[in-house]
Design a protein around this ligand. Structure first.
Ligand code: Q9C
Ligand code: ZN
Length: 671
């Protein structure tokens, strides 16, 4: 449906006219650097360009006092000395004769973006604006911010579009205390902010930036603060914060719209933030948010002062909004102790208000499912299985990954290789129905060890699957869907894994739903992570062989994805993902779509879905759409996880946490 890019050149006019080391980093080049890079990458051209308009007095009045708006209006006619004197009345602020015009354009850009998304003109978008907004308050400018662009957009979405639930994600490295103050008693706006805090020793030095500030009155639990108490937070810390804190609450909240206070001073190289997250991380954060609110995501620029890092991070955000697969994250995916302490204290502070956190956090020591061993103790991980080797630093990227980075969007995103004519679909544009098939002799050779593959229909399906898989491994196609006769599902999956591993995949993640057992001849060399959802009981046979029952309730399904599947997947860093919906998988279309959409964040989006031939066209269709980058439908209000769902998850986490650090959501207890 498209991505809007809202901008106006006039917003480069405001600048610092005198000496002030604190304010000099907020300069016009921030916008031009970001825009130039978007053009260079051909990303701007793929967006719907909208020219920003000025917000009206009434629109500014949605969050600011009339007196404050007139005060800012008057700065248009002040001389330099008067501007400097007035600026001095606020914390970290400069005014320029163009400030009023720019700030009205910045707020207006956000309004246009929200209007474009909520009228269905586009699916999502980014407003590139100056001055930023999230520090500004009802009657005060603060921290380079004059009007609170995101807060005005949220108030407008409520007032003009009648929305009831808006999620604001503030990934800027500073606390957007302005947004917090404006909505702290409002349960219709869930505000999440992570920020450099250092136990209160970092600007703006507020007690209310800590995790125990959770909102007031009706708004209790609708302010979520995640204070970072050390600098140097990186990709693993940010992804862990999303998986273990923000996303559980966000799914439970079920927003109709997501607004992002998109500051990139939380990225590597920024002088303010001193953090370590790489630009690709913002593609992942954006991608993770796109599974909410039917993909209605409006991002607005806040901070970001390292021009190179800012420009790259903006590109990554726009790429993700456009539906391009996210480049794999670099570095060890192990959150640091300080990050885990912060995440745990925020979870503890929020637990009274959110069902999705309760059952998990009140259980101090996970108990094993009763079905396990007679003493009721979890059995140890199989000795002789693979050790922690594969959890060590990820091997150097394969040549396939190199290609992927050079060419992030293959010309064909998704190919559907369906064998049974009766599930031929009305395909979305740019999804290709594959005609090709692997050579007959080759197909037969791969099929030979498997009795279930001798039948003609199974062989035909296998030939198509092999051809598709080769296309993915060569980088001609990004993702695919293949159908196979139900009786051949297990054997086909086995062949797909072997073929993937022998044709260039270094690490292969296999998510098998329903009754599919790990192929017995699959090597235990740490190159395949086998995850079965739909087993009879939770079991971790090794760190690379995990089984869990299919959760009965939507809430349980979500915690399984966020608390188990994605932490394992992000920790493993696969370069190929197979998702197999096998016999009795029991997964509803929207749930399958969500799983596929989220797994698309791994392996550069190289995901192959295997379906049974008698799957419905609806299921194949919904998977084709999410694999090409469309947002999955929102699941609606989610039921709470059942006690069995929670137990299975807690048990597996207890078993696997020592090896898979991304599963952790609390620090190690030091005894
Ligand atoms: N060295 C935004 O990013 N100065 N505003 C802090 C600490 C103020 C940041 C000084 C920073 C304001 C939108
Ligand atoms: Zn900032």
């Amino acid at each position: 449906m498209g991505t809007a890019l809202v901008y106006h050149e006039d917003m480069t006019a405001t600048r610092l006219l005198w000496d002030d080391p604190e304010c000099e980093i907020e300069r016009p080049e921030r916008l031009t650097a970001a825009l130039d890079r978007l053009r260079q990458r051909g990303l701007e051209q793929r967006c719907l360009r909208l020219s920003a308009r000025e917000a009206s007095k009434e629109e500014l009045g949605l969050v600011h006092s009339p007196e404050y708006v007139s005060l800012v209006r008057k700065t248009q006619v002040l001389g330099e000395e008067e501007l400097q004197a007035l600026s001095g009345q606020f914390d970290a602020i400069y005014f320029h004769p163009s400030t009023f015009h720019c700030a009205r354009l910045a707020a207006g850009a956000g309004l246009q973006l929200v209007d474009a998304v909520l009228t269905g003109a586009v699916q999502n978008g980014l407003a590139l604006v100056r001055p930023p907004g999230h520090h500004s308050q009802r009657a005060a400018a603060n921290g380079f911010c004059v009007f609170n662009n995101v807060a005005i957009a949220a108030a407008h979405a409520k007032q003009k579009h009648g929305l009831h639930r808006i999620l604001i994600v503030d990934w800027d490295v500073h606390h957007g205390q302005g947004i917090q103050y404006l909505f702290e008693d409002d349960p219709s706006v869930l505000y999440f902010s992570w920020h450099r805090y250092e136990h209160g020793r970092f600007w703006p030095f507020l007690r209310e930036s800590d995790a125990d500030a959770v909102g007031r009155g009706q708004g209790l639990g609708f302010t979520v603060n995640l204070p970072w108490n050390q600098v140097g937070m990186g990709n693993a810390d940010y992804v862990a914060a999303f998986l273990h804190l923000l996303l559980p609450l966000a799914f439970e909240f079920d927003p109709e719209l997501v607004l992002v206070s998109a500051g990139f001073d939380s990225a590597i190289g920024d002088p303010e933030g001193q953090m370590q997250a790489t630009p690709e991380c913002f593609a992942h954060l954006t991608h993770l948010l796109q599974v909410l609110a039917g993909g209605r995501v409006c991002a607005m620029l806040e901070g970001g002062y390292h021009l190179e890092s800012l420009a790259e991070s903006v590109c990554m955000t726009v790429q993700a909004l456009l539906g391009d697969p996210a480049p794999p994250l670099s570095g060890l995916m192990v959150p640091c102790q300080s990050a885990l302490e912060s995440i745990q204290s925020a979870r503890a502070a929020q637990a009274p208000y959110w069902k999705s956190l309760q059952l998990q956090d009140v259980t101090p020591v996970p108990t094993s499912p009763s079905t396990h061993s007679p003493e009721g103790r979890p059995p140890p991980l199989l000795p002789g299985g693979p050790t922690c080797k594969a959890a060590a630093p990820a091997p150097a990227p394969s040549s396939l990954l190199d290609q992927l980075c050079l060419c992030p969007a293959p010309s064909v995103r998704t190919t559907v290789a369906l064998t049974a004519p009766d599930i031929t679909l009305v395909l979305p544009p740019d999804v290709i129905q594959q005609e090709g098939s692997a050579l007959r002799e080759e197909t037969e050779a791969w099929a030979r060890p498997h009795e279930s593959l001798v039948r003609e229909e199974a062989l035909t399906a296998l030939g198509k699957l092999l051809y598709l898989l080769d296309g993915m491994l060569d980088g001609q196609v990004n993702s695919g869907i293949a159908a196979t006769p139900a009786s051949a599902a297990a054997a086909t999956l086995d062949v797909a894994i072997q073929r993937g591993l022998s044709h260039g995949a270094q690490r292969l993640l296999c998510v098998a739903l329903g009754q599919l057992d790990r192929p017995p001849d699959l090597a235990h060399d740490g190159r395949t992570l086998w995850l079965n959802i739909g087993g009879k009981e939770a079991a971790a046979l090794s760190m690379f062989h995990v089984a869990t029952p299919l959760p009965v309730m939507t809430g349980g399904f979500l915690s399984c994805i966020l608390g188990l599947v994605l932490p394992l997947a992000y920790g493993f860093q696969p370069d190929l993902v197979l998702v197999a919906l096998g016999p009795g998988h029991g997964l509803q279309g929207p749930h399958a779509a969500l799983l596929a959409a989220m797994l698309r964040g791994l392996a550069g989006g190289r995901v192959l879905a295997l379906l049974e031939e008698d799957s419905t066209p609806q299921l194949a269709g919904i998977l084709a759409r999410v694999l090409r980058g469309e947002a999955p439908p929102s699941l609606g209000p989610s039921s709470v996880a059942s006690p069995e769902d929670v137990q299975a998850l807690m048990y597996l986490r207890g078993q696997l946490e020592p090896q898979w650090k991304m599963l952790q959501c609390r620090p190690h207890l030091v005894v």
